[in-house]
Design a protein around this ligand. Structure first.
Ligand SMILES: CC(C)(COP(=O)(O)OP(=O)(O)OC[C@H]1O[C@@H](n2cnc3c(N)ncnc32)[C@H](O)[C@@H]1OP(=O)(O)O)[C@@H](O)C(=O)NCCC(=O)NCCS
Length: 228
């Protein structure tokens, strides 16, 4: 399942910089651009800002990340203030991806109100395969407005346009129907249904793997020919 908890682990290959194209990385990685994510914050959408989380977000984060219903299908448990503060000081403090095994988690802020309503994440699994993974968490107090879709769409743009990922996946518990619908709304393709592949929170769970390739993303977002 998508974690919502990107690791701060260092890269596991591709030369001392963690970026392909160096001496060690040149032969083993797929041809493609240097992979790094250093966005100019905050990326904006029609209604939202995506921005790094800070200590001033603790109350808003607590409001939804402490809820059992929010944690039902994700591999983290309800968090208290201390757990959130620790994350903010550790893995959630990362604002760039410069190597394999790194990820960023970005707060989803409604531009009109300044309210933090959720978070989205992007993780770089492999430099060799240019593979990424995205995840999303939204406060139930703000669901049903398309905010998670809009934010996830923006982080997919970062994955393809900035990080230059090739496949980007999202892993969803098959029972998590709002998340399944969200992945479908994003134009992600179901690639696999893994039956009872994980012992998850007290029972076997089925996982749906969604994916979108850079070529699919490009064709979905190509400007219409002849547009003024
Ligand atoms: C998964 C999750 C983010 C989905 O939240 P959501 O509110 O359904 O998603 P959105 O904010 O994109 O809103 C979409 C809903 O609003 C509706 N909507 C209203 N206005 C909309 C708009 N402008 N654009 C898109 N959808 C809109 C859609 O029809 C959709 O409802 P539907 O699924 O009943 O058809 C949320 O349930 C969640 O955080 N769950 C807990 C954490 C979790 O499981 N994360 C996923 C891990 S894989």
């Amino acid at each position: 399942m998508s974690t919502g908890s990107p690791s701060t682990g260092d890269h596991a290959g591709a030369g001392p910089s963690g970026i392909p194209g160096g001496e060690a990385g040149a032969e083993r990685v797929a041809p493609g651009p240097v992979m790094a994510l250093r966005p100019t914050y905050p990326p904006r959408t029609a209604r939202l800002l995506l921005r790094p989380l800070t200590a001033t977000d603790i109350d808003d984060l607590l409001e939804y990340r402490s809820l059992p219903e929010v944690c039902r299908y994700v591999p983290f448990f309800p968090m208290d203030r201390l757990a959130i503060a620790q994350k903010l000081g550790e893995s959630w403090a990362r604002t760039e991806i410069t190597g394999e095994g790194q990820g960023v988690i970005l707060g989803v802020e409604v531009a009109e109100t300044g309210r933090l309503v959720g978070d989205v994440n992007l993780f770089l699994h492999s430099l060799e395969h240019r593979s990424g993974e995205v995840g999303w968490v939204l406060s139930p107090h703000h669901s049903g407005h398309g905010y998670a879709t809009e934010a996830a769409h923006a982080i997919l743009h970062l994955a393809f346009d900035d990080l230059r990922a090739h496949p980007v996946i999202a892993r969803v518990d098959a029972r998590n129907l709002p998340s399944v619908r969200l992945a479908q709304r994003l134009g992600m393709r179901q690639e696999a249904l893994l039956l009872e592949n994980e012992w998850f929170k007290g029972g076997w769970s089925d996982e749906i793997d969604f994916a979108v390739l850079e070529s699919e993303w490009a064709s979905q977002h190509r400007e219409p020919q002849g547009a003024p």
